[in-house]
Design a protein around this ligand. Structure first.
Ligand code: SAH
Length: 218
């Protein structure tokens, strides 16, 4: 294994990622394919990097924490909202999931599709508003949202199966931070837990923020 990949895995373990299947998936996805040419040297650094259209590829620890919290089993159907570079979709696919992605910016969706195909991952990416989920591919076993929502878009939990998991960053009033929240549908009841503070770009859509940078003031 390359030294920079081994170092990234060490950072993930220190950050609380202990699911070996998630660590294997993180080790197997060539992150350098999902960042711009100028940033290749930083591909395995534990930070978010800028991608096209003013968006970001999330930091490896955040991706690993989200994927671990989703408890993906091979063969499950997973929706990746805010596909961006396609990196998280690739990690989900490397866990054995059948992955659907939805991305609002067509240019990013096209580039992600091309990259994922080149890297050997079959992910079905659609251009659209993920605050509405992806009704024609629902239900899902898990949904990952990579952009902060002002509230829980009701379409998302509706598109989960019994036993389903949903992880999304929600805007937290007061301190301007976002909070990573997990919902699980267990025996007909919703269980919610907090995975801690985080920071993501805004979810922009019909059931989310209205405009480019409009977010409520902290
Ligand atoms: N998971 C991505 C992170 C991308 S950043 C990665 O691994 O690279 C979040 C992405 O969410 C951005 O690309 C942004 O365009 C997208 N986004 C924001 N609002 C959205 C919406 N309503 N539906 C779909 N995508 C959205």
């Amino acid at each position: 294994m390359r030294a920079e990949v081994a170092e990234m895995l060490e950072t993930l373990r220190r950050g609380g990622v202990d699911d070996e299947r998630v660590l294997d998936a993180m080790a197997s996805v060539p992150r350098e394919l999902f960042v711009s040419a100028e940033q290749r040297g930083d591909a395995y650094a534990d930070r978010a990097l800028a991608i096209a259209c003013g968006q970001t590829i999330s930091q490896p620890l955040m991706v690993a924490a989200v994927v671990q919290a989703l408890q993906i089993r091979p063969g499950e159907r997973v929706l990746d909202v805010g596909t961006g570079s396609g990196y998280q979709a690739a990690v989900l696919a490397a866990c054995g999931a059948t992955v659907f992605g939805v991305e609002r910016i067509a240019e990013l969706a096209d580039a992600a599709s091309r990259r994922l195909t080149a890297a050997g991952f079959a992910v079905d990416i659609r251009v659209g508003d993920g605050s509405r989920g992806l009704p024609d591919a629902a239900p899902f076993d898990a949904i990952a949202v990579a952009a902060t929502a002002p509230w829980l878009p009701p379409a998302l939990p509706r598109q989960l199966r019994e036993g389903g998991r949903l992880v999304l960053p929600l805007h937290r009033r007061g301190d301007g931070m976002d909070e990573l929240v997990r919902l699980r549908l267990v025996a007909g009841r919703w269980l919610t837990d907090s995975l801690g503070p985080c920071r993501f770009v805004p979810l922009i859509g019909d059931d989310a923020y209205a405009g480019e940078v409009r977010r409520p003031a902290p």
